[in-house]
Write a protein that binds this ligand. Structure first.
Ligand SMILES: NC(=O)c1ccc[n+]([C@@H]2O[C@H](COP(=O)([O-])OP(=O)(O)OC[C@H]3O[C@@H](n4cnc5c(N)ncnc54)[C@H](O)[C@@H]3O)[C@@H](O)[C@H]2O)c1
Ligand SMILES: O=C(O)[C@H](O)CO
Length: 328
């Protein structure tokens, strides 16, 4: 499968540098509008492509995969999370799936810290007050948040991003705790100075800040359900940059409104951009439009990873970032 003869179809506009490189290497069909593909456009793309380059805004489920053309052999996702792709069905149909892990780790971990600082130090409210006509100047008692240093941070999902958050958190004087599907090797745990909790419930009940960094899979859907959210201390803060589906958003909204959880910093939402309107009204929630990995450098490196996966596959080898169902 020599590269130039592969038809690569890209479903969304990508950074200019990435599109230029794709054009140099492959017979590529680029997207000329910034809107996501409709399901029909996606099916059409999957019928003409040898390689599809989708993003999180393309729902590639069993129904859509059933209509893919015989030519389609690789779905080279532009993004780390693959919860929008039915990887098991793709595999059964002989279609490989790859992703772009690692290159957005630091950028996303930076955003986790921004959300931890922003919520704990009430930056959302502060920005609004400074921009309003009502601010009358400094007072000794206004806008008091909580001190970061010494708080307990619980990381749910201690993979690439979780570990990058742990390193940053240590520099801020946070005590790092974690729960993960598998315990880290002792030397890694020691280097991160992180305390492992086998019981997620017990960890959640003792943390001042909880950062969600596991992927969305069938086993993590609503992992933070109403029962578990209720275990959190009323003074605690929750931050989510993984996927909205890991938290029961309606339950979280009710508890934030009732003061049963002190604050939330959310980059991702259960129904994509359709955020619970009640969540948008809350002063103790900082909401971001899924921009955790949105740096120019990161987005270009994601493109380079996509290209490496396609080229390696075209040369007859296993793509370096192949996703297999057992990983999920
Ligand atoms: N907001 C953004 O822009 C952005 C950017 C990149 C990634 N993400 C999201 O962040 C997620 C994590 O990325 P990563 O690169 O750190 O992934 P990773 O695979 O390196 O780490 C995920 C960790 O979660 C753990 N895990 C999985 N299921 C679990 C469970 N049921 N209970 C406890 N732990 C569990 C895994 O063992 C792993 O250690 C991605 O899947 C993606 O959804 C978001
Ligand atoms: O998972 C990721 O890579 C980001 O959330 C964007 O898809």
């Amino acid at each position: 499968m020599p590269g130039k003869h592969l038809t690569v179809v890209v479903t969304r506009q990508l950074p200019e540098q990435v599109e230029t490189r794709l054009k140099e290497l492959f017979d590529v069909q680029l997207r000329d509008t910034d809107a996501p593909m409709t399901p029909e456009e996606l099916v059409e793309a999957m019928q003409s492509a040898d390689v599809l380059v989708p993003t999180i805004t393309d729902q590639i489920d069993a129904k859509i995969l059933a209509r893919a053309g015989d030519k389609l052999k690789l779905i080279a996702n532009y993004g780390a999370g693959v919860d929008h792709i039915d990887v098991a069905t793709a595999r059964q149909r002989g279609i490989h799936v790859s992703n772009t892990p690692g290159v957005m780790t630091d950028d996303t971990a930076d955003m986790v810290m921004a959300l931890i600082l922003g919520v704990t130090r009430r930056m959302g409210e502060g920005i609004k007050l400074a921009q309003s006509e009502t601010w009358q100047g400094w007072t000794p008692t206004a806008m008091m948040g909580g001190r970061i240093k010494g708080r307990r941070l619980g990381i749910l999902g201690m993979g690439r991003i979780g570990q990058a958050v742990a390193k940053r958190a240590a520099a801020f004087g946070l005590q790092v705790h974690y729960h993960n599907r598998r315990r880290l090797r002792p030397e890694v745990e020691e280097a991160l100075d992180a305390t492992y909790w086998e019981s997620l419930d017990q960890m959640v009940a003792r943390m001042d800040i909880l950062s969600i960094n596991c992927p969305h899979t069938p086993s993590t859907f609503h992992l933070m359900n109403a029962r578990r959210l209720k275990l959190m201390k009323p003074s605690a803060v929750i931050v989510n940059t993984s996927r909205g589906e890991v938290i029961d958003e309606n339950a979280l909204t009710r508890m934030l409104r009732a003061g049963e959880i002190a604050g939330a910093g959310l980059d991702v939402f259960e129904r994509g951009h359709l955020i619970n309107p009640r969540l948008k009204e809350l002063p103790n929630a900082i909401l971001l439009p899924h921009m955790g990995s949105a740096t120019l450098e990161g987005r270009v490196e994601m493109g380079e990873k996509v290209i490496l996966n396609i080229k390696t596959f075209a040369d007859g080898h296993r793509p370096p970032d192949l996703v297999v169902p057992s990983m999920l």
